[in-house]
Design a binder for this molecule. Structure first.
Ligand code: FAD
Length: 424
């Protein structure tokens, strides 16, 4: 049962979904579609966090975690480069260390294969789920079939023998190695510096992640779902007459039988107040988006040297990337933006000479790249749905299905052990 003590609402709801990013929005919608009364709470308009500015990649073949064998050898070189794909604020390094140690430990070969299985369980159906969802709402055009073009600057750079492609192939991904000529036919606006590429076929790209959140929220509201714009301050076990949990917000408190925690990178702070610790790290990423760019990409394209992903979107040509570890509240860094703009122009030289729109968002990153999904041990009625790292957009619809099953007490058709909140 849900009650607003501030607004004395007569309407009763059962579930409070905390956080209106893509994970919270999909979860709230899946519950509302099943007839559950839901209140979705976010400090802002839903879909303004990491879920708005991402690269829009939706791939059943995103089955390779961030930490892989031998990665540690590349990191020092990346850190030393001004425009390297990874940066760590020196003063933040001591706080990052425990997470970083866990991250590198996950890079053991045997562990990488286990993680790949878990990622596949969540990602295998992502394109179909989005197509069905957006199609049924009359917004099929927000998702487009796409290859993932991984571009390399040397003729021999692209090889299907490396571990990441080997893993994808084992999961039945359709991969093709192409030369510079084929690449320039496929993506004529891409720099001729790219001399070889791997195509990962059978995936899709979202043309406006922000609009996807908007249309899903509209549907949620049309089903009677409530959206509350309030800051969530804390969560406490409630008076059992009113509900199991009390959510304290900037506009009064809300009681609910069950609470879904989908606050992205902020989930850790809320849980800490309940004595639950989670190995969640803030990984800032940026995008630069060139409106009316006068060039066009036909697919999602990853620059494998600079680790940036480019995609033509509704708002222009977006180039997203960088992994910056500087602490949750640290602001946007000018230096990272400059290198992203420079990288974008190197990747797509015909980009019109205009100031891009710039954005920073924060990935909720776990050491093993797997989200936390499931009931939180020792806290009846609390469900975790956060920590989706680099993959939250694509993992959201399947996460939502699992959340729905957990709320309704139905069995879940995948093993949730790899996603346990207490695994570290
Ligand atoms: C540069 C970049 C590129 C990316 N590219 C891709 C990609 O191509 N494909 C992909 O699948 N993923 C991608 N990702 C990852 C993806 O964007 C995230 O994993 C995903 O958006 C996380 O969604 P979320 O709903 O968990 O969190 P968020 O979108 O961050 O939502 C959390 C919400 O909680 C709210 N909130 C937080 N604290 C409070 C509070 N105290 N009170 C009330 N509300 C609160 C926030 O306002 C926010 O709306 C990318 C990320 C970045 C940064």
């Amino acid at each position: 049962m849900y009650q607003s003590t501030s607004m004395k609402s007569e309407r009763m709801t059962k579930v409070a979904v905390l956080g209106g990013g893509i994970v919270g929005v999909c979860s709230a919608l899946a519950l509302a579609e099943s007839g559950v009364n839901v209140c979705l709470i976010d400090a802002n308009k839903p879909g303004q966090g990491a879920s708005r500015g991402n690269a829009g990649v939706v791939s059943p073949w995103s089955v390779v975690p961030q930490s892989t064998p031998g990665l540690w050898k590349k990191i020092p070189g990346w850190l030393l480069k001004e425009d390297g794909p990874v940066s760590v604020r020196p003063a933040y390094s001591p706080r990052l260390l425990p997470w970083a140690i866990r991250f590198f430990k996950q890079g053991k070969l045997s562990r990488v294969y286990e993680i790949a299985d878990a990622m596949s369980a969540i990602n295998a159906s992502n394109v179909d789920l989005y197509k069905h969802l957006l199609g049924s709402l009359g917004h099929a055009k927000l998702i487009q079939d796409s290859h993932y073009v991984h571009g390399f600057r040397s003729v021999n750079g692209a090889s299907l023998k490396t571990l990441d492609y080997e893993i994808r192939r084992q999961k039945n991904a359709d991969l093709e190695l192409i030369d510079a000529e084929t690449l320039s036919r496929l993506e004529p606006d891409l720099s001729p510096e790219f001399r070889s590429a791997v195509l990962i076929k059978g995936q899709a790209r979202i043309l406006s992640p922000g609009r996807v959140c908007e249309v899903l929220v509209e549907r949620f509201q049309s089903l009677g779902g409530e959206v509350r714009q309030s800051r969530i301050d804390s969560l406490t076990p409630g008076d059992s007459n009113a509900g199991l949990w009390e959510v304290q917000t900037s506009q009064g408190s809300i009681s609910a039988d069950q609470v879904v925690i989908a606050l992205g990178v902020w989930s850790g702070n809320l849980l800490k107040k309940l004595g639950v610790s989670v190995s969640l790290e803030a990984e800032h990423g940026y995008h630069v988006e060139f409106p009316e760019p006068s060039v066009q990409l036909n697919h999602s394209v990853m620059d494998m040297d600079l680790k940036m992903v480019a995609s033509s979107m509704e708002g222009g040509l977006r180039v997203a990337g960088t992994a910056e570890f500087s602490g949750l509240d640290y602001p946007m860094t000018e230096k990272r933006l400059v290198s992203l703009i420079h990288g974008a122009r190197k990747m797509i030289p015909g980009l019109r000479d205009i100031e891009p729109n710039v954005w920073m968002g924060t990935r909720p990153s776990m050491p093993d790249s797997l989200p936390c999904i499931g009931s939180i041990p020792g806290h009846n009625g609390l469900i975790a749905a956060f920590g989706h790292s680099h993959f939250g957009l694509m993992m959201a619809p399947r996460t939502a299905e699992i959340v729905k099953s957990l709320v309704l007490g139905q069995s879940v058709d995948i093993d949730l052990n790899p996603f346990r909140i207490d695994r570290f």
